[in-house]
Design a protein around this ligand. Structure first.
Ligand code: ZN
Length: 161
C-alpha cells in the first residue's frame, strides 16, 4: 500500500474497523512512514475532540427504545441490540457531521468578515468626493461683517516692585 491508500484507511483504523489483514499492513506502513504517522495522530486528535464534544449528545434511551420497537418481530434480541447500536452510531455520525458543518460555516463567516474589514480598512482608495472648491462662493452666506478688532488689552498696570 502507498501513503494515499494508508491515509484512506486511517479513519477506519482509528475507529478500529479495519480487517486484521489490512490492519497489519497499515501498522507496518505507519511504523516506517513518519508522514503517515503524523497524519494519523492529527486525525486521532480531531476525532477525539469531536467525540468529546458529542459526549453529551447521545441519543436518548427513549429514542433507542423506539428504534428497537420498530424492528421486525422475529428479530432476535441480539439482532435488535445490534440494530440499536448501529442506530446509536448513526445518530452520533450525523451529529458529528452537523457539528463539522456548523464549525466550517462559522469559520467561513469569520474569514469573510475579516476579509471585508481588511478591504474597508486599507484596500480601495476612498471614493472621490465632489470638490466644492471650484464652485462660486455660495450666495446664501452673506459676507460676514468684518469682525470688530478686539480692543487692545489695556496695558496691565505696572506692578513693579
Ligand atoms: Zn506513508
Amino acid at each position: 500500500m502507498n501513503c494515499d491508500e494508508i491515509r484512506e484507511r486511517l479513519p477506519a483504523l482509528i475507529d478500529r474497523e479495519l480487517e486484521p489483514g489490512e490492519l497489519a499492513e497499515v501498522e507496518k506502513h505507519l511504523a516506517e512512514c513518519p508522514e503517515c504517522r503524523s497524519e494519523k495522530s492529527r486525525q486521532e486528535k480531531f476525532t477525539t475532540s469531536v467525540k468529546i464534544s458529542l459526549e453529551g449528545l447521545r441519543p436518548s434511551d427513549r429514542f433507542i427504545k423506539r428504534v428497537i420497537e420498530k424492528l421486525p418481530e422475529g428479530a432476535s434480541p441480539e439482532a435488535r441490540e445490534a440494530e440499536a447500536a448501529a442506530a446509536r452510531k448513526k445518530g452520533l455520525v450525523s451529529l458529528a457531521v452537523a457539528v463539522v458543518v456548523i464549525v466550517l460555516a462559522l469559520l467561513a463567516m469569520l474569514l469573510a468578515a475579516r476579509y471585508k474589514a481588511k478591504q474597508e480598512k486599507g484596500g480601495a482608495p476612498p471614493a472621490p468626493e465632489p470638490a466644492p472648491a471650484a464652485a462660486p462662493a455660495s450666495p446664501a452666506a452673506p459676507a460676514a461683517p468684518a469682525a470688530p478688532t478686539a480692543p487692545a488689552a489695556p496695558a496691565a498696570p505696572a506692578n513693579n516692585p
